[in-house]
Ligand binder design. Sequence first.
Ligand code: ZN
Length: 153
Amino acid sequence: MSSALYQEVILDHNRRPRNFGELAGANRRAEGHNALCGDQLSVWLRLEGDVVADVGFVGTGCAISRASASMMTTAVKGRTREEVDALFEDFHAMVTGAETPHRDMGPMMAFSGVSRFPMRVKCASLPWHTMRAALHGEATVVSTEGGAPESGA
Ligand code: ZN
């Protein structure tokens, strides 16, 4: 995909975010903030056993964070906790430029270019950190400001 197409994918998800809105029947929730950019995010999950049965988010912020949140929700829905963690590892390695993805990341490939812009890496990864906080019950508030280790562990 060309960078122009990548940009189009991001703009489309920003304009029409998928799974946008508070999720009725959610049993997990977490908040995320990126003070550097001003992104704010709430993520709701409905966990059934080990599976993310449903997911929703509400967020304000830049196009990157909203589009990443939108794509994250479509990517994790119906997956097990283990699959979600593996997907996060691949996404994180891609946006930090640590390695090229081993698998087809679908529309999320649109974020492969953000590794050149450290501020944007935080925007793109905030939804994933927030979703994982909800998934693992680690914290209800996630901040990309020095709080969470960059490894995402
Ligand atoms: Zn941002």
